[in-house]
Design a protein around this ligand. Structure first.
Ligand SMILES: NC(=O)c1ccc[n+]([C@@H]2O[C@H](COP(=O)([O-])OP(=O)(O)OC[C@H]3O[C@@H](n4cnc5c(N)ncnc54)[C@H](OP(=O)(O)O)[C@@H]3O)[C@@H](O)[C@H]2O)c1
Length: 370
């Protein structure tokens, strides 16, 4: 096939995005070399990945978990290693921020799945990337769709339109939502993902995060980013241009496609991924989201508009609230309630430093746990 070999670090390799990234690598063994792998607590899978990909560097959240046969590095060492060309950030939650900053400061290009990084510290991360000439390339399917639609355009954007599946509870009443169990919330209708992002999709917090993520990635004002519910998850997002023309990116819902697009960028590879069959698509439908029924989305949009440290509080409060819900300590609708309380009690700081963002994050976690 030809082409140069890209040297990768995959952070969060044992997760849903991490494993699908390695699937793409497996399909193109002559185009990618895995130099670093980082996992959290699933060491059994990490060991299998190490045996298969033979990375030079390995990181795990607790080094003792791997046993004594392996030398481990920190996430930051791994993300900034001189032999790496592209760092895939697929660690769930704020744990992705520090290695992202380390990679950027080492001038590495980032393939970013972890949206919480841009939600909490978008201004700081994007400014640092500009200063260090590091590119932030999205993996998330909606920003990837926007990115693909903007190719060849000179940015005469009227608005960006993010699609959302609407999650599994689109048709439930507020009363029914109260009784939703973690088991039910983990059954996403169209995507197979890690637990945190699956719950965020059910509350629609995920879509609010994506609005903030998209704002930082494409430097488009928040008020020019619209959300439409599209339950089939075929249209991954759209761009409306100033002349009224709309471009959309479509594919079957399979994260390997946006992952592959990012790993290969700027090339589009010939791929064996499954294709859309229009003869089998009954209909593509679009509707407006219900902000009253899904208050997490409303909270995210408000926090995004307020800016400063509010999005960091939103993200941290949500991360802990989702953990509490999954552990059975709070109900589904309590996720929005505790996030709202944290946002109400927070004394926001405008133009925060990284330290102030981290302090706001720590404050919100502590507040919600209490
Ligand atoms: N899944 C999707 O389709 C999708 C789509 C778009 C965006 N995203 C975003 O991508 C990110 C990852 O999502 P996911 O679905 O892949 O999540 P996931 O399946 O829960 O995987 C998370 C990964 O992060 C690792 N990890 C967690 N905490 C860590 C820590 N403190 N230190 C080191 N590693 C840690 C986990 O390790 P262990 O499992 O070994 O503990 C795992 O490898 C999220 O921010 C999500 O919003 C996901």
């Amino acid at each position: 096939m030809g082409g140069s070999v890209k040297r990768l670090a995959v952070l969060g390799s044992t997760g849903s995005i991490g494993q699908q990234t390695l699937d793409v690598v497996r399909s193109f063994p002559d185009r990618f070399q895995v130099i670093g792998l980082a996992g959290g607590r699933n060491t059994e899978l990490l060991v299998r990945q190490i045996e298969e990909f033979q990375p030079r560097l390995v990181s795990v959240s607790d080094g003792r978990l791997l046993g004594t046969g392996y030398k481990t590095s920190s996430l930051e060492e791994l993300a900034s290693h001189p032999e790496i060309d592209l760092v895939v950030i697929a660690i769930s939650g704020m744990a992705g921020l520090s290695p992202t900053m380390a990679a950027i400061r080492a001038g590495k290009d980032i393939a970013l799945a972890t949206k919480e990084v841009l939600v909490a510290a978008g201004e700081i991360v994007t400014a640092e990337a500009k200063r260090c000439h590091a590119q932030i390339l999205p993996i998330d399917s909606e920003p990837s769709a926007i990115w693909q639609c903007l190719h060849g355009e000179d940015r005469k954007i009227a608005k960006l339109i993010l699609t959302a599946s609407g999650g599994p509870f689109r048709h439930l009443s507020s009363h029914e939502l109260k009784a939703v169990t973690p088991q039910q919330a983990l059954e996403h209708p169209t995507w197979r993902m890690g637990k945190k992002v699956t719950i965020d999709s059910a509350t629609l917090m995920n879509k609010g995060f994506e609005v903030i993520e998209t704002h930082w990635l494409f430097d488009v004002p928040l008020e020019d980013i619209e959300i439409v519910i599209h339950p089939q998850s075929i249209v991954h997002s759209m761009v409306e241009f100033v002349d009224g023309s709309v471009k959309a990116q479509l594919s079957i819902p399979d994260m390997r496609l946006p992952i592959q697009y990012t790993l290969f960028y700027p090339e589009r590879p010939l791929s064996k991924l499954p294709r859309l069959d229009f003869a089998k698509i009954d209909s593509l439908t679009f509707e407006v989201p219900n902000l009253e029924k899904f208050p997490c989305l409303k909270l995210a949009l408000e926090a995004g508009r307020k800016g400063g440290t509010y999005p960091a509080v939103l993200s941290a409060a949500d991360e802990v609230a989702v953990e509490l819900f999954l552990e059975g300590h709070i109900g589904f609708l309590d996720i929005a309630r505790v996030v709202e309380e944290a946002l109400e009690q927070h004394q926001g700081i405008s133009n925060p430093s990284l330290e102030e963002v981290l302090a706001a994050d720590a404050w919100a976690r502590e507040r919600v746990r209490r």
